[in-house]
Write a protein that binds this ligand. Structure first.
Ligand code: G1P
Length: 297
């Protein structure tokens, strides 16, 4: 029997400089898509995939995240008195059970691999998930759930993967495909942020991972890679050719790069259009705006 994936690491130590000044006093992960902070989408996805323990790798200035997941008894009581049950339920979804959530500080910004390694003492000899909250994935079946199901068949380590235009490959970890089996691909190499002309394929790593505990041992060596940072990609690549191998998983869904302003705005519009109470008004506004723009050309 394969061990179940019940723990997820959320690397949230980044400074979010691309969103300054918004991120001067508010962590990037608290920025809202429609009416929900970015991090709530990641938590909901993890829960639906069966994750029971949530490990945040934070840094200085991220205490708003801890407050966000704390209970707010005064607010809850006020809503209860006012009979606002629906709001109360929305609020309760943000509460985390005591002991289900842990915060670890990354004391130096040494890269994504290092951030994940900071959580090593909270992971026993078991597979674990990593979710990068900047990558928001709209999907009928949550991306991590799809991966957990696929992982039950394959074992090993698995990364979410998506085709990107070749000239954009240098922004991602890129897979060197061994065997392409459709939604699953077995991997014979992985390169972090290759030059576009040197990318082994256009299949890019997206921020969802299910990893063997060996990856944490590989990170112990603290070897710097692309950009002088300790890269998660390199530590996963060391598992290739090992007992259970490494797989890419082409998920079903649409990924938004909420680490960029354009991606964040696209996600905002897409998620708002999914909401019944917003769809008509927003849709009409977008159509008017497009028509006005076309008329002006
Ligand atoms: C990280 C990973 C990279 C991956 C990307 C997905 O890069 O290092 O392998 O392709 O996330 O979003 P970052 O975007 O943090 O530079």
């Amino acid at each position: 029997m394969r061990k179940k994936v019940t723990k997820a690491i959320f690397p949230v130590a980044g400074l979010g400089t691309r969103f300054l000044p918004a991120t001067k006093a508010v962590p990037k992960e608290i920025m809202t898509l429609v009416d929900q902070p970015l991090i709530q989408y990641a938590i909901d996805e993890a829960r639906e995939a069966g994750i029971k323990e949530f490990i945040f790798v934070t840094s200085r200035g991220k205490s708003a995240l801890e407050d966000y997941f704390d209970n707010n008894p005064v607010l809850e009581q006020t809503l209860r008195k006012q009979g606002k049950t629906e709001l109360l339920n929305i609020l309760r979804r943000t509460n985390m059970e005591s002991g289900a959530i842990a915060y670890i500080r990354q004391h130096k910004a040494l890269g994504l691999g290092h951030a994940v390694w900071c959580a090593r003492n909270l992971i026993a000899n078991e597979p674990f998930a990593v979710i990068l909250p900047d990558d928001v994935i709209a999907a009928e079946e949550p991306c991590l759930k799809q991966m957990v199901d696929a992982y039950a068949e394959t074992g090993g380590s698995m990364v979410a993967a998506m085709e990107v235009p070749k000239e954009k490959a240098s922004a991602y970890g890129v897979l060197d495909v061994d065997e392409d089996m459709g939604s699953l691909v077995s991997v014979k190499g992985m390169v972090e942020k290759p030059k576009a002309e040197e990318a082994p394929s256009n299949l890019a790593v997206i921020g969802r991972y299910i990893l063997s505990p060996n990856v944490l041992r590989n990170l112990n060596k603290k070897e710097a890679g692309a950009g002088g940072e300790i890269q998660l990609t390199d530590a996963i690549a060391k598992e290739i050719g090992g007992e259970n191998g490494v797989y890419g998983f082409r998920f079903r869904g649409k990924r938004f790069d909420c680490g960029s302003k354009a991606g964040f705005l696209q996600a905002t519009v897409a998620f708002a259009m999914e909401r019944e109470e917003l769809r008509d008004e927003l849709g009409e506004y977008l159509r008017e705006m497009m028509a006005a723009e076309q008329a002006a050309q």
